[in-house]
Design a protein around this ligand. Structure first.
Ligand SMILES: Nc1ncnc2c1ncn2[C@@H]1O[C@H](COP(=O)(O)OP(=O)(O)OP(=O)(O)O)[C@@H](O)[C@H]1O
Ligand SMILES: [Mg+2]
Length: 612
């Protein structure tokens, strides 16, 4: 079995053996989508605009030079026509080169945004496919940040790889070729040499300071995970007056961030100083060469201007090279960590031959089921029982016995390690998960609601259900009257995770939701544990109504709620230690009978106290 440890996974982000350029390959299919010829066309057109923009950019200094030459060789001329025409052409070409660059963006933006959307969606869908185990072991904050950073990374990468690095390389090539063909080879050599030195210097320094950047990201993640966790536990913090302690923990993370951010900034400035020096030296050398050319008349003033214009034009985009290189590597790392989520294997997957569950009554059978969440701790041992179609079986037993585990296994959140679970004779590992889960409804032990209206949360049981169906379900769950008594009725918002409702109200919303789903098989895991005896009795009546003719598994602590079950299983430490109907178990005078007596005594006492 695969095990994930949160710490190694969280560390993996921003670490790894440096950015892996092969990540780009993962991105490629999204940029060249096979079934979207329109997007592919856009890519091609964008590339044409890119080439056009750069071709024109290289012409700008040439026109500039001719204008200067026209002015300097015939300074006394009254015919200003030639230079004027040249200057107009110069202006037009400049405008065009900018326009082409923008056109390229306009055409390409849809491709980039579509890629971001597709990647984001696949990751999201994949996260829902991954097992419960994955989600219990992950920090939600970390995963969502990973997606956020990953998609930002894609955007950055596309913008800069395609529209900065690629055009700049093209321009360097073109300019070197023009210089080479027009003048002495030394111009092209110095210009290209300077760029080489510059690039080598920038990349190596950037590589060196990446570690500060990485620490910065890590500490940033750490701080935000701490903040989220602390705020999620808002109430707990207050119960224990631990605000100081929380602030201290948060500040420690912030302090580490502060240190890393400072180092990062200082080293960036060092990099900038070095870059500036290299460019200045290259530029000076070339201009000295040009000045010598003008002095010995092998070059005109226009040539001098041309060389200068070319170099400034070339070196300008290099200013951002360090930043871009680092960000590209960072983007690659971010993307990699997002794509790693995509490669994370789903623990539970449909078998290749999986077929939809063929329901016929909904008989549930556990055959000698053994299971443990971890290999070194067995939770269920040889559990065997059958819930005949339409019947009700109750599971009772001490806390931690494995009762909820049985319902998780039936839902196939985990696979059993021994034995089998069958519904109408079909092993649940042989049917599709969607059809399996559609057939089962559960009122879980801890209900968590979506941060939306009560209506939304009930309707979640069957999206598209009408208002009358929602109300009927709410009535059966004895919550309708409460809901309409609220100022906003069914539109009342329940707060994050449903925390604005009381435990019993939440439970009844969950019951209504499951009633609306109306599945063939029902599981009630302590579905009424948070209710007072009166409300519980009321609901019991409707639950009995709802579960008539449905296969029902009830987990309960309060034994009075299960006396009518067709069979009662007493589970202890993952084993069924007693089984039978209520009467038989009482007669047998074993564990169940003892539990029953204890609860009866407590109930009697309560009644007597109530009378006093
Ligand atoms: N995801 C998990 N990973 C590891 N152990 C788990 C996990 N979930 C539950 N357990 C353990 O499995 C055992 C059985 O848990 P289960 O939730 O089935 O108990 P239960 O019978 O429903 O108890 P209760 O009556 O308190 O709800 C417990 O000891 C629990 O600590
Ligand atoms: Mg439980």
């Amino acid at each position: 079995m695969r095990r994930h440890s949160p710490s190694t996974w969280d560390k993996a982000r921003g670490q790894g053996p440096g950015a892996d350029w092969s990540t780009l390959r993962t991105l490629f299919p999204y940029l060249w989508p096979p079934d979207e010829p329109g997007l592919r066309l856009r890519v091609v057109v964008a590339m044409v605009f890119l080439a056009a923009a750069k071709g024109i950019t290289v012409m700008v200094p040439l026109l500039y030079k001719q204008a200067v030459d026209a002015l300097t060789t015939r300074p006394d001329t009254t015919i200003i026509v030639v230079p004027l025409a040249l200057l107009l052409a110069y202006g037009a070409v400049r405008t065009l080169s900018g326009a082409f660059a923008e056109l390229r963006d306009i055409v390409f933006v849809k491709v980039a945004q579509r890629a971001i959307r597709s990647v984001g969606l696949s990751v999201f869908q994949h996260l829902h496919r991954l097992g419960l185990r994955f989600h219990l072991e992950r920090q939600t904050g970390g995963v969502s940040r990973s997606i956020e950073r990953g998609t930002k990374g894609i955007e950055f990468l596309l913008n800069f790889m395609l529209f900065n690095i690629l055009p700049t390389l093209l321009e360097i090539g073109l300019v070197t070729a023009v210089l080479w063909s027009l003048y002495d080879a030394s111009f092209a050599l110095i210009a290209a040499g300077t760029i080489l030195v510059y690039v080598a210097f920038t990349l190596s320094v950037t590589e060196w300071r990446t570690k500060y950047r990485r620490t910065m990201n890590e500490t940033d993640s750490e701080a935000s995970t701490k903040a989220i966790d602390s705020l999620l536990n808002f109430e707990t913090v207050k119960y224990f007056c631990n605000e100081e302690h929380e602030a201290g923990r948060y500040d420690k993370a912030l302090q580490r961030y502060e240190g890393a951010a400072t180092k990062s900034k200082v080293t960036l400035s060092l990099l900038n100083i070095g870059q500036g020096a290299i460019i200045a030296i290259g530029l000076t050398l070339v201009m000295i060469q040009a000045a010598r050319g003008v002095a010995d008349h092998s070059m005109t003033l226009g040539d001098f201007v041309l060389v200068n214009a070319y170099l400034v034009q070339l070196y300008m985009p290099l200013n951002f090279l360090g930043f871009i290189y680092r960000e590209i590597k960072q983007s690659l790392t971010d993307m990699e960590s997002m794509f790693r989520l995509l490669r994370e294997n789903a623990e539970i997957e449909d078998a290749a031959t999986a077929r939809p569950l063929a329901l016929a009554g909904g008989e549930v059978r556990f055959e000698d089921v053994s299971f443990g969440y971890d290999p070194d701790r067995q939770i269920l041992n040889g559990v065997t029982f059958t819930v005949p179609a339409g019947r009700t079986v109750a599971i009772v037993g001490p806390s931690g016995a494995g009762k909820s585990t049985i319902s998780r296994l039936l839902f196939r959140f985990y696979d059993v390690q021994g034995g089998a679970i069958r519904i109408d004779g079909q092993d649940i590992r042989a049917v599709t998960q969607a059809s399996l889960r559609a057939a089962i409804g559960i009122v879980p032990q801890d209900t968590v609601l979506f941060n939306d209206s009560i209506r939304y949360n009930i309707a979640y049981g069957r999206p598209g259900a009408g208002q009358d169906e929602i109300e009927t379900a709410a009535r059966l769950a004895s919550i309708h009257d409460f809901i309409v008594s609220l100022p906003q009725g069914y539109e009342t918002r329940v707060g994050e995770r449903g925390l604005k409702l009381s435990g019993g109200e939440k439970q009844r919303v969950a019951i209504a939701r499951t009633i609306l789903k109306s599945p063939a098989i029902l599981i009630f895991d302590e579905a009424t544990s948070a209710l007072d005896t009166h409300t519980e009795k009321e609901i019991q009546v409707s639950l009995r109504e709802v579960s008539r003719d449905r296969t029902t598994l009830i987990v309960a602590h309060r034994l009075s709620t299960v006396v009518d079950a067709d069979e009662i299983l007493v589970l202890e430490q993952g084993r069924i230690v007693e089984r039978g109907r209520h009467g038989q178990l009482i007669e047998a005078d074993g564990r169940y009978a003892a539990m029953w007596r204890k609860q009866q005594e407590a109930a009697d006492l309560q009644e007597r106290l109530a009378l006093v």
